[in-house]
Design a protein around this ligand. Structure first.
Ligand SMILES: *[C@@H]1O[C@H](CO)[C@@H](O)[C@H](O)[C@H]1NC(C)=O
Ligand SMILES: *[C@@H]1O[C@H](CO)[C@@H](O)[C@H](O)[C@H]1NC(C)=O
Ligand SMILES: *[C@@H]1O[C@H](CO)[C@@H](O)[C@H](O)[C@H]1NC(C)=O
Length: 975
């Protein structure tokens, strides 16, 4: 019995134990489920093939239970390996650059097919590793159980294997690019019928014309990311839309140049997130956009060509949080919302309509968007005053209205926006007095841009602002006459613009200390005076130009990349700056010391400044030879030494500076021949200005190799011989190509244009700065050139200025001179030219300045053209020339030279005078309007391209208008 009892107890105890153990296994997530030996071996073989510099897989060793290894997940009942999570644990954030830890943690090497032993694997993440550009293994297609495959930036390249189409259980697939992965035929994708999530961003899919049909076979798809895939086919119709659960659609950064297809608007209930930004979409947005009732995020920015009205239905999308329509061509007014008690105000947090052509007033109803944090309307044509309702959006953080035509004063309510961090209202017509009390509540303000308005700042001299600004843009606000002392405590400053602020004071000594922490300083165009000889400048870019600074050149820290000190009264030698601390690393790229009182020679120290790209020492009192060390500036793109007393030959070492685009050595005493290497070596040259020196010899034919040349000014030298016939090779002059640009890259920032040249055009000296890139000019005047004007010159159809005066040229004006359609100024005076003025000159509709005086021209000045609109002085000194505007009346004899006037009708020629005067008007309008519009500081490269088209349009419009006017006048006269 006792035995029995004890057996019973043992049995009971055992069964209790086993239940406990079983429970333990089931309920406690248990380490007791050990991995399967075959799979452990497979993992070890897999590891053997890998490289693992940071030893991430150190736990993968020995007899340990492989379910406990890093990145390995097992089924908690069967013990099979189901998960391999081998993505890089560090992030690849672009902003901070790839961190060292991230790079070190990349696995690499070979992927051993032993992986196939893991028959139950359903999750495989190899993202952010570096498999060295090998192809994705075909055998991945045999991992039939996979539901999740992540190969994002894993360093694979080549064709994506079709075998992936066998992974029929796959729900998540991430295959984004780092190397060059591509797909030739996307057909395999249609077999992945369970797919919910697909990200193939950055993979070259341009061969998959049928991408959409394939994707349409995936009925469960909920997220689709095909950004930057070089897709160009965006079918406008799609019979039946299969992916009715699509919630996220990202097709940004492709090459679509269609209108937005209507089938998208059928995804009315599912779509939450739609990103079509950075394409070339065009046309209007359909009102059907209002169907997308669930939409939370809509980004159509940077398409450039989407146009028309913003459909008012967009404001009825109740769930929209983010709306970005920036950088398009939307015009007209922002529009009205039907019913404000509707939903728009309920959810919108970010609204960006910047860089469009919107006009009209800022609608008052915007003030009802009570959750708005980011409001960006910059770079439009909005006018009127800023509605005070905007001050009600108490959650506002960003407020950007720069580059519009807003006027009036700022509404008081604006100063109540206590969350404001960014206030950008620069480049408008706003004004009024701003005092320190306005800023009382803006303690979070970081960016303040009020520049290019008419604000007057009247703040207490001991005001301590409640904010710590990072960015101050107050160019052309009236801040002076005292130097603003309130910035003294702004210790986080990164950018400071006090240009044109009517400051006429000395710089307080604390400023230079503060300045050493500011990256970008602009104090130009004030009347700031004082010595800067002993100052150490540390900022990255410094513009102190157009002030009254005096003394010797300041000292520079290696930090400085841009120094502009032009138009001051700085004296002394260059050597104090250029030959100082020669073993220190220099990073200076732009040095502009023009228009000062610097004297002495250009020292042989330029080899210490190899990062220089622009060197402007023009208009000083420098003399001597140009030192050979200039040849060590191999990155130099601009060399300006004009208006000094340099003499001697050009140093042959200059031919090392093969990136040079602008050479201005005018107004010196340089001599010798124009070296042939200029044409052979410096092939990027855009402007060559050697005016007013004593160069002699011929113009070398090699000049014609300079196919990018825009400006050739060799005037006022002792050059002789003929004008080269090959000038028509200068193809930049022959085509109006302005910039090369990769349509695939929208990201490239354009920045400010740096160049300037003084050109003598239309008989007067003008400084060409921002519009310089549109100028085409040849000036060979005041030399001893002889021979004829080469007829090839007339094929230079795009240039604006031609001056060949004061030479010994003979023969006729080329018959086809009218081919130079954009000519604005033509000076052939004081030569020995003869014959008749060619009729084709009447094609020169933009001609605004003409001088043919003192030649031997004969015959009648062609009638019925604008050639009559110039004064007689344009023709004086040609004894055999006759007709209006000269007083000499033509005899029959003189008229018989083949000149066939359009009409002799006096009335018509009167009328024609009228339209002729339109010509110059258009030109002025063109340079004026476009010059300003074009160079708005913030505009990016991509926008540039868009405007370029506009410019073409403008030309065309101008020409059409002229033609239309001509016809109209003719009809009037006729009828
Ligand atoms: C076991 O795995 C399943 C799914 O794989 C999971 O839902 C469950 O929570 C796991 N149980 C324990 C105890 O970890
Ligand atoms: C794939 O991995 C990347 C990088 O770790 C991650 O950002 C992404 O969200 C992953 N994809 C999925 C579907 O989880
Ligand atoms: C919709 O998806 C199903 C299942 O993948 C497929 O058979 C059908 O052809 C698809 N329809 C269209 C129009 O692509």
């Amino acid at each position: 019995m006792i035995m029995d009892k004890s057996i019973e107890v043992v049995v009971l105890l055992l069964s209790f134990l086993s239940i406990a153990a079983f429970n333990f296994i089931l309920c406690s997530g248990d380490p007791k489920v050990v991995c399967i030996e075959r799979e452990r071996q497979a993992l070890l073989s897999f590891k053997k093939g890998l490289t693992d510099p940071s030893n991430r897989l150190s736990s993968w060793a020995g007899d340990e239970d492989c379910c406990t290894w890093t990145g390995v997940g097992c089924n908690n009942i069967t013990g099979h390996v189901v998960e391999l999570n081998l993505g890089n644990p560090y992030s690849d954030s672009y902003d901070s650059g790839e961190s060292e830890a991230y790079v070190r943690s990349k696995l690499g090497g070979d992927i051993n097919p032993s992986l196939l032993e893991l028959k139950h694997l359903n999750y495989l993440d190899l993202s952010l590793n570096d498999f060295g550009g090998t192809p994705i293994p075909d055998f991945f297609g045999l991992l039939r159980g996979l539901r999740y495959l992540n190969l994002t930036k894993a360093g694979f390249s080549g064709r994506i294997p079709h075998q992936l189409g066998n992974l029929s259980s796959l729900r998540y697939l991430s295959l984004t690019k780092d190397f060059d992965l591509y797909v030739d035929d996307l057909g395999w994708l249609s077999h992945l019928s369970s797919l919910k999530y697909l990200d193939m961003s950055g993979i070259d899919l341009h061969k998959s014309v049928d991408w959409l049909q394939v994707v349409n076979m995936l009925p469960s798809l909920s997220e689709l990311h095909l950004s930057y895939c070089r897709l160009y086919n965006f079918p406008q119709s799609l019979g039946y839309v299969n992916f009715t659960s699509l919630a996220v659609l990202d097709l940004s950064q492709n090459l679509f140049n269609y209108t937005i297809p209507n089938w998208l608007f059928n995804l009315s209930h599912s779509l939450l997130h739609l990103d079509l930004s950075y394409n070339f979409l065009q046309g209007q947005i359909s009102d059907a956009i209002g169907n997308l009732k669930s939409l939370q995020f809509l980004d159509l920015s940077q398409n450039l060509y989407i146009e028309g009205r913003i459909p008012s239905n967009i404001w009825n999308l109740c769930n929209l949080h983010v709306l970005d329509l920036s950088l398009n061509n939307f015009s007209r007014e922002i529009g009205s919302v039907g019913n404000l008690s509707g939903c728009i105000g309920k959810s919108l947090e970010s609204l960006d309509l910047s860089s469009n052509q919107l006009t009209g007033h800022i609608p008052i109803w915007l003030g009802h968007l009570q959750y708005l944090k980011h409001l960006n309307l910059h770079s439009n044509s909005l006018y009127g005053s800023i509605p005070s309702s905007l001050g009600n959006i108490s959650s506002l953080i960003d407020f950007k209205l720069s580059y519009n035509q807003l006027n009036g004063t700022l509404p008081e309510s604006l100063w109540q926006l206590s969350h404001l961090e960014v206030l950008e209202i620069g480049s408008n017509f706003l004004g009024g007095i701003i005092t320190d009390t306005h800023f009382t509540k803006l303690s979070k303000l970081k960016t303040l841009d009020m520049s290019l308005n008419s604000f007057v700042f009247k703040v207490n001299s001991n005001w301590i602002p409640p904010f710590q600004l990072v960015y101050i843009g107050m160019g052309s606000c009236i801040l002076g006459p005292r130097f603003p002392s309130w910035i003294r405590m702004q210790s986080s400053l990164f950018y400071l613009d006090f240009s044109e602020a009517r400051i006429s004071d000395t710089v307080p000594s604390w400023f230079w200390l503060l300045a050493s922490h500011i990256s970008d300083i602009n104090l130009s165009n004030n009347q700031i005076h004082g010595e800067i000889s002993n100052i150490m400048l540390k900022s990255q870019t410094i513009d102190l130009s157009s002030n009254f600074f005096k003394g010797r050149l300041p000292h520079l820290s290696p930090n400085v990349t841009v120094l502009r000190l032009s138009k001051n009264s700085i004296s002394g030698p260059l050597s104090s700056l250029l030959c100082e601390k020669m073993n220190e690393q220099k990073n200076l790229e732009i040095l502009d010391l023009s228009e000062n009182l610097l004297s002495g020679e250009l020292p042989q120290c330029l080899m210490y400044w190899q990062s220089l790209t622009l060197l402007d020492l023009g208009s000083n009192n420098l003399f001597g030879k140009i030192p050979s060390s200039v040849g060590s500036l191999t990155f130099l793109t601009s060399l300006h030494l004009r208006n000094n007393s340099f003499f001697g030959d050009l140093p042959p070492s200059l031919q090392n500076c093969t990136y040079l685009e602008f050479i201005d050595l005018g107004e010196n005493k340089l001599s010798g021949n124009i070296p042939i290497w200029i044409g052979e070596k410096i092939t990027n040259l855009k402007a060559l200005r050697l005016r007013s020196n004593i160069f002699n010899g011929n113009i070398p034919l090699q000049i014609c190799h300079l196919t990018s040349l825009l400006v050739l000014d060799l005037a006022n030298n002792l050059l002789s011989g003929a004008i080269p016939h090959c000038l028509d090779n200068i193809s930049m002059m022959a085509t109006r190509q302005i910039l090369d640009h990769d349509p695939f890259d929208h990201s490239y920032g354009y920045g400010d244009y740096e160049e300037n040249l003084i050109l003598i055009t239309k008989g007067r000296e003008s400084e060409y700065k921002r519009i310089l890139r549109f100028v085409r000019s040849i000036d060979l005047s005041s030399n001893n050139l002889s021979g004829v004007i080469p007829s090839e010159i007339s094929s230079l159809s795009t240039f604006n200025f031609l001056n060949l005066s004061h030479n010994h040229l003979e023969g006729k004006i080329p018959e086809k001179i009218g081919g130079m359609k954009l000519l604005e100024s033509l000076d052939l005076s004081r030569n020995h030219l003869s014959g008749e003025i060619p009729q084709s000159m009447s094609n020169l509709t933009f001609l605004d300045h003409l001088n043919l005086s003192y030649n031997n021209f004969s015959g009648r000045i062609p009638l019925g053209t604008q050639l009559q609109s110039f004064s007689a002085l344009s023709y004086i000194g040609n004894l055999e020339l006759c007709g209006t505007p000269l007083l000499t009346i033509c005899t029959k004899n003189e008229e018989s030279g083949g000149v066939t006037p359009v009409s002799d009708n006096d009335e018509e020629s009167e009328m024609i005078w009228f339209y002729i005067s339109m010509g110059p008007g258009f030109v002025v309008g063109f340079w004026g309007v476009c010059g300003v519009l074009f160079f708005k500081k913030t505009w990016r490269y991509a926008y540039f391209r868009f405007l370029e088209d506009k410019i073409d349009q403008l030309y065309v419009t101008a020409v059409i208008k002229l033609a239309w006017l001509k016809r109209k006048l003719k009809n009037q006269v006729g009828g």
